[in-house]
Design a protein around this ligand. Structure first.
Ligand SMILES: Nc1ncnc2c1ncn2[C@@H]1O[C@H](COP(=O)(O)OP(=O)(O)O)[C@@H](O)[C@H]1O
Ligand SMILES: Cc1cn([C@H]2C[C@H](O)[C@@H](COP(=O)(O)OP(=O)(O)O)O2)c(=O)[nH]c1=O
Length: 226
């Protein structure tokens, strides 16, 4: 049988936007269609990158250190997990990728996006990519939610990490950072109106997959967040 083309889908949004349960549901839907799915996350996804994640989420550091650590983890993650899975024709569902670095370290912390762009080149533009191209997701689902609503959801959900403890103004900047990335890459970004019921959010996600011909309508209708 012919190997299907690998698919790389990332999920983005401010903390509390509601990504987590939908990633698992989408993984189930792709599996129901016979695809092999690698479900992963950033920072993290490999033993090295998971150790870096612990540092980034819990230790005090400046924005350049954060950026270097998330890109170091990303490099390891790409080489060990993402690229091999795509080469095997799998579906890679990744909870956050480089857009998060531009949104959190760039817009949120106010760090130089020119430096982030050159780290992006180093990490995502190596010898395995066609000349001048960077590895980017085939699609990025941006869960768009007002920071106040996300904060209310999080307050009820879990103890905050270093980012989740940031004030509303930080998340307003992160939100603006995502908006800028979405505007710069309209073919890749799909905006999900996340201020809706789980079912309505799920319908937007599956509609985007069906439009691209990645998921059959029947499979999409039968799956959903648990
Ligand atoms: N559509 C929704 N409506 C209301 N609450 C939601 C919705 N989606 C998720 N939640 C809740 O909001 C909180 C944050 O969701 P989560 O999926 O952990 O967000 P993220 O992974 O984007 O940080 C959780 O308590 C979750 O149960
Ligand atoms: C990938 C990435 C995440 N982050 C931040 C955003 C999130 O607050 C945090 C972890 O993301 P996430 O996995 O969404 O957290 P949780 O498991 O609590 O849902 O890391 C960055 O600051 N830069 C990055 O490049």
């Amino acid at each position: 049988m012919q190997t299907p083309r690998g698919l790389f889908i990332s999920f983005e949004g401010i903390d509390g936007a509601g990504k987590s349960s939908h990633i698992a549901a989408l993984a189930d839907a792709f599996r129901a269609q016979g695809r092999t799915v690698t479900q992963t996350r950033e920072p993290g996804g490999t033993p090295v990158a998971e150790r870096l994640r612990e540092l980034v989420l819990h230790e005090d550091m400046d924005a350049l250190t954060e950026a270097l650590l998330v890109f170091a983890g990303r490099r390891d993650h790409l080489r060990r997990v993402i690229e091999p899975a795509l080469a095997r024709g799998e579906v890679v569902l990744c909870d956050r990728f480089t857009d998060a670095t531009f949104a959190y370290q760039g817009a949120g912390r106010g760090f130089d996006t020119g430096v982030l762009a050159s780290l992006e080149q180093w990490v995502q533009g190596d010898e395995r990519q066609p000349a001048g191209q960077l590895r980017q997701p085939d699609m990025t689902l941006w869960f768009e939610l007002a920071p106040e609503v996300a904060a209310q959801r999080l307050a009820a959900a879990r103890a905050p990490d270093r980012f989740e403890a940031e004030p509303a103004a930080f998340f307003a900047r992160v939100h603006a950072g995502y908006a800028q990335r979405a505007e710069a890459a309209p073919a890749r970004f799909v905006r999900i109106a996340a201020d809706a019921t789980r079912h309505a959010v799920w319908q937007q996600i599956t509609a985007a997959m069906v439009r691209r011909g990645w998921l059959a309508i029947m499979v999409a209708a039968q799956a959903g967040p648990r």
